[in-house]
Design a protein around this ligand. Sequence first.
Ligand code: CLF
Ligand code: SF4
Length: 285
Amino acid sequence: MIDIKNMNLKHPCFTKEASHTNARIHLPVARRCNISCNYCNRKYDCLNESRPGVTSEILSPQEALKRYLFYKEQLNNLSVVGIAGPGDALADWELTSETIRLIRQEDPDVLLCMSTNGLKLPALAPSIIEHGVSHVTVTVNTILPETGAKIYRYVNYQGRKYTGTKGASLLLEKQLEGIRYISQKGMILKINIVMIPGINDNEIPDIVGKMKALGVYITNIMPLIPVKGSEFENLPATNIRELSDMRMNCQTQMRQMFHCQQCRADAVGLLQEHGCPANAARQVV
Ligand code: CLF
Ligand code: SF4
């Protein structure tokens, strides 16, 4: 059984205090995605964890290992490796899992973390566990297919493309099944929720309640930042006061994240430093 408290002490996203002392590295190995979110413009990193306007180069698993070993030398507070895009970590599981395997071989202690839209979570959960991943983030923007139909343009599953409420129902079913499974296996789960004005903002407390019931550790309600070229480019950005009120309101139900930096898929270093690789050398402690 995973010792959640102990493991989270070294994870800057799951423990706010650790964000001042512990660094993470994102390795951009997952290029593809299997769904289409209306807030996404594929020119940029996956917006389920990243802020818009930033693109990352793609690394092969071997290049990712090299980068990891380089920064491990530079940063003695590096305690987490995350795979967060620039596509979906599970849509490109072969590359993600090979990267994790290579890193685990070199470093038995570093925490392994990944973020996903959850579509392939039930199918890949046993393999994720086997590879030693301890922390998983799933983006769940709604628990209603009608709302999902407004958020997702399509869902690609086993060679077929699903749209509308069919696509949204399928994604939701896989997300809930996968979350339930890995939570029962004792993994540490975070749920990202993008707060989309006029689309899902009224439902967020219900999503949080559902996630709590499934054994999730923390939820991270994130602002929508409308991206040029995306379906939602003309929606207003989430009002920061309303976001803060929503987090406070949901905190009465379960633990909330207040310090997310919407990192890029190749971020390195402390969260507050935003983690551009070019700046990481300055963060050596
Ligand atoms: Fe990366 Fe995400 Fe793991 Fe953290 S980020 S995969 S859980 S190691 Fe952290 Fe960055 Fe917010 Fe993500 S601040 S975007 S929550
Ligand atoms: Fe874009 Fe990420 Fe959504 Fe895929 S899961 S469409 S990469 S925001």
